[in-house]
Structure formats: structure tokens, C-alpha cells
Design a binder for this molecule. Sequence first.
Ligand code: NAD
Length: 340
Amino acid sequence: MIKVAVNGYGTIGKRVADVVAAQPDMEVIGVSKTKPSAEAYIANRRGYPLYIADLQNKPAFDRAGIEVAGDVEEMLKHADVVVDATPGGVGMKNKPLYQLLNLKAIWQGGEKHEVADFSFNASCNYADALNRQYARVVSCNTTGLCRIINAVDKAYGARKVRATMVRRGSDPGGIKKGPIDAVVLNPPTIPSHHGPDVQTVLPHIDIVTMAMIVPTTFMHMHVVHIDLEKAATREDILALIEEHPRMGLVRKGTGITSTAELKEYALDMGRPRADLWENAIYEESVSVVNDTELYLFQAIHQEADVVVENIDAIRALMGTVEDAAESIRMTNEALSFTAI
Ligand code: NAD
């Protein structure tokens, strides 16, 4: 069993912990928090040993009735690999500790590529991650872009990609972020950082991206345009999406034309926390114009799509499963992940 520590038990970390716990070949040896919180209570309830960044804060946890197993360094000493899911920028500060303990580490998209010098997406570059010491799982938006671009590029050649990201303002639990009543250009300049971030995984792709933030909490919506090298039909692209283990079609027959209805659908499917681990591509939107211009809308559940990628990154770094398809199959199967 691979012993996994989750440093930072927030939106991403709590999901990673649950998905690690569901795998047949891994176990959660601990999770960490800085302050007492609802998530810390849940860690106790789930039976994950809870470690804290600074032991001086233990009395606050004691007063809140939250059991503490020790400090983060203690947790890391028991681990084979750490998934760092602390807020963007904090992960880089944690790196010297991981180096000191000679511990394999996986960071999230809030960190720069340089934190690991290797950016990961299971569908694109799993083999290159085998037995590495470090990897960074790219952000939710970049993960969603990499999956569709790589699949289309492999089959038909992606001559150029142009994409617009309509981003959620906050995660559902976030009470301090906005906007409440605005569409915010983020950034107002073009291109946004998403294109270069895709190139950390797929360096040869010609991509320009634009982004804005809207007052919603569940999902980003991508407007994707890919110019193909080889002609394809709409049916070819639909088949490509259906065959992909991390992409799914939002069927015309469901009548779903929004993120809100998609969330309700995910809940009705019984997905934990309404999590959609896959790109949700609207079947009706998939269009090929002039044989080589592909257009589509895809919804990306920001809290969920990177979670399954972290699981594959663990297997790749540990070198326990050599084949990407096999790791993806194992991860998906442990979640009873059936197509949307
Ligand atoms: P979050 O704020 O929800 O959770 C971070 C957790 O880290 C909190 O529980 C906090 O208590 C803990 N923490 C803070 N400082 C710590 C420290 N020094 N040591 C240990 N724990 C500490 O953040 P998040 O949204 O889960 O984001 C984590 C990472 O994942 C970031 O890099 C972010 O960019 C990336 N990411 C976030 C999303 C998203 O939509 N939320 C999507 C993809 C990637």
C-alpha cells in the first residue's frame, strides 16, 4: 500500500484524501490543517489522522474538541508521498521540508511549473512522470484543456487552439470572494496565462486563451475552437470524446444547457459532493465547420477534475503502475466512475 499524506485539507485536499482512501493500492496516513474548522471536524469523523502545521495551535484544536495526531513534519515522516494541496504559493514554501525528508511530492496548479519542473496530466504525459521525485498537477482549467486538446491532436492534429474560459467566481463554500454582480475580465489582457500553462504539458501546441470571471460557484465553462490538420466529422469527434476515460458527453436528450442543471444531474447520479471528475462536453455544441474547424462548449468542475489526476500522479511517481491507461482505469473503477 502506498502511504499518502495530504498536506492542506481544503477544497482539493479533502477530495484527494477520500479518493486515495477508495483506491485498492493506497492509504491516507494523515491530513493537515492550520486552524480548527468544519473540515478539521470532518477529518476526525472520516478517521484520517489530523496533523497541524504549528503545534503551538494545538490548544485551539483541543478547545474545539478536535483530535490532533501531531505536527506536519511528523505526518510526512510516515509517508511515501505527499500531496500538497495548500493554497497557491504555500506549496513552494513547503518544498525544503520535502527535500529534507527526501519525500516524493505532488503540488497543485496554484504553484508555478518550477516548483516541480514537471507539469502532469495523466492522459498526456504519464510515462514521463514515472519514478520522478516531483510533479505538479496542472490547474482545473489547464487539466480540462489538456484532455481535449491532446485527444484531438493525437487523432487529427491540432493546428491551432483558441479558447475562452468563463470562470466561476468562487468555490461553493467561499464567502469572501466575488464578483456578486459583474463579469470581470481576468485578465483584461490577451492572452491569459492558461495557454502557456497548457504548454507546460503540451509544449508544441499553438494556443491563445482569454478568460473572464462570472458570479457562479459550480464549474467553469470553456468555449473551445481547434483548427484540425486532418478533416474530421462531428461524429468522429463525438466518438473520440465517448472513448476517453476522462471526458463525457452531456447528452442532448437530458435537456441540460447550463451548469446548474448539470450539478443537479451529478447529484442525482449519486456522485459524491456532485463531483464531475471528467470534462463535461455538451453534445449539441460539438460542431465541425469546413471539415477542419472544431467548436465545442465544455464544463469543467473546478473542485473535482484535478483530484483523479493526483491519484494517477501518485502511481506514476511511485512507479507502481507503468501504464497510464491502467492507472486511469484503476482510479476510475475505485470511484465507480460511469459516464455522465
Ligand atoms: P483551500 O484554501 O480550499 O485549502 C487549502 C488548505 O490548506 C486549507 O485547508 C488550509 O487550512 C490548509 N493550509 C494552509 N496553509 C497551510 C500550511 N502552511 N500547511 C498545511 N496546510 C495549510 O485551497 P484549494 O482550493 O483546495 O487549493 C489548493 C491548491 O489547489 C491551490 O494550489 C489551488 O490553486 C489548487 N486548485 C484549486 C482548485 C479550486 O477550484 N479550488 C482547482 C484546481 C487546483
